[in-house]
Design a binder for this molecule. Structure first.
Ligand code: EPU
Length: 421
């Protein structure tokens, strides 16, 4: 397994280009199953989660071609069964259920297990499919959904932990080919849901309200091929904003959608950093230390759970006591014990991390079993004294395109050591 070695203490400056969004690209690639015609998707990031999704689509029978950031997919004839060996590597494989159900009125996909950030149920996805007149059963570890006919309906997808991003996408995809009108109440309003709805619209779907808590879908008989560019990754952008705040002099992010980052730029500005924000670029001026901040993660447009770990790294060095409360995945604190090994002073009280800023962090061998937690450790390593070895880098490679090269481009001193056992 690869590891990343970060030599702390270099200051970052320059420009970094943000890649296409992982969490937009995954359901958009799955949505190509809704038509037999070719679809062309641009700005698809080169990440292991994307490779898994393309493998699943190929396994289902789609023709997949990839040339740098552009993927062409033609799902002329597809099977409706995605087995365990192929879907177990990535929880987001569950988003092939909606398009397969929509187009073929049946799908059988191995159930995703829990993961380190929490239980990750799919009850709300199934609630939506049932509302559309599908039967859902769990058999031998697989979830099987089928219907004689999909019929539009009104369904509330708000769960105890708020709305569901992939659940909203899944039900929206199935509903595009249902008979009649579907209304999703309590829908997720994340930019990734809007991007998916825009792509489906280009395929001929009739969708209104994406980006609000109520989405209306008028079913059509069939969808056609379409071409689309995935939106910039707001979480990769947020991660580089934190890197720049922690270790930067002046760092500019290009190819961002600044509107999608309001909650994050507000938090970084509250932490005392100056930002110059334009529609598609953001410059951060680092100033060495940050002010304490009190943050609560929430569904969009609130502060994103996917930026919580990185902010904990930033606030570990703040001048005072901060708090970070996680409401979306209340157990998502794998980074805390590792940051403490680097000298951070953090106490966990339920779903709240109380962070007492320290003047110095020190490099250490660390590892985390979650993508964003691992990224937070790389960020902490940028300002730690000495050397930080971040193990199990495959977690980072799931969601960050060449994070080591991009940070090195800004002046960080980082090595990737290949194939550690
Ligand atoms: N939930 C349910 N039932 C469901 C689905 C979700 O109770 O059927 C709960 C979850 O357990 C959680 C909350 O609802 O407490 C929100 O989960 P959601 O369904 O929105 O998460 P997701 O769609 O599975 C996506 C992203 C995650 C991101 C979350 C929240 C993708 C591929 N994944 O997951 O991204 O944290 O939305 O914004 O889009 C990451 O990129 O690091 C990542 C984990």
């Amino acid at each position: 397994m690869d590891k990343i070695i970060v030599h702390g203490g270099r200051s970052l400056s320059g420009t970094v280009k943000i890649s296409g969004s992982k969490n937009s690209a995954l359901p958009i690639l799955a949505a190509t199953l809704l038509t037999r015609e070719p679809c062309i998707i641009h700005s698809v990031p080169d990440l292991s989660d994307i490779h898994y999704m393309l493998q699943i689509l190929s396994h289902l029978g789609a023709q997949v071609e990839r040339a740098s950031g552009t993927v062409t997919i033609q799902a002329d004839k597809v099977s409706t069964v995605a087995p365990y060996e192929i879907v177990r590597k990535m929880r987001a494989s569950v988003c092939v259920l909606g398009p397969l159900l929509g187009r073929h009125k049946e799908a059988r996909v191995s159930l995703p297990g829990g993961c380190v950030i929490g239980d990750r149920p799919i009850d709300l996805h199934l609630k939506g499919f049932r509302a559309l007149n599908a039967a859902c059963r769990v058999e031998a570890g697989d979830v099987k959904v089928f219907a004689d006919e999909l019929r539009g309906a009104t369904v509330d997808l708000e769960g105890r932990q708020g709305p569901t991003v992939l659940g909203t996408g899944n039900v929206m995809m199935a509903a595009t080919l249902a008979e009649g009108v579907t209304v999703i109440e309590g829908a997720a309003a994340e930019p990734e849901v809007v991007d998916l709805a825009n792509f489906l619209g280009k395929m001929g779907a009739k969708i209104e309200g994406a980006g609000t808590r109520r989405i209306t879908i008028e079913g059509v008989k069939e969808l056609h091929g379409a071409e689309h560019s995935v939106i910039p990754d707001r979480i990769e952008a947020g991660t580089f904003l934190v890197a720049a705040a922690l270790a930067g002099r002046e760092v500019t992010l290009r190819r961002v959608n600044a509107e999608h980052l309001n909650a994050v730029t507000n938090a970084i500005s509250d932490a005392g950093f100056r930002l110059h924000i334009q529609r598609d670029s953001i410059t951060v001026f680092g100033n060495g230390s940050s002010l304490p901040v009190h943050l609560i993660t929430e569904p969009y447009p609130g502060f994103p759970t996917d930026m919580q770990a990185q902010m904990c790294a930033l606030l570990s060095r703040a001048n005072g006591e901060s708090s970070v409360t996680e409401t979306v995945f209340p157990q998502r604190f794998m980074h805390v014990s590792e940051l403490k090994r680097m000298g951070a002073d953090i106490a966990l009280e339920g779903a709240t991390a109380r962070i007492n800023g320290v003047a110095r962090l020190s490099g250490a061998p660390v590892m985390a079993s979650d993508l964003r937690a691992s990224a937070a450790l790389v960020l902490a390593g940028l300002v730690a004294d000495g050397t930080t070895e971040v193990n199990r880098v495959y977690h980072i490679d799931r969601g960050y395109e060449s994070i080591d090269e991009k940070l090195m481009g800004l002046g960080a001193e980082i090595e990737r050591v290949k194939n550690q056992l």
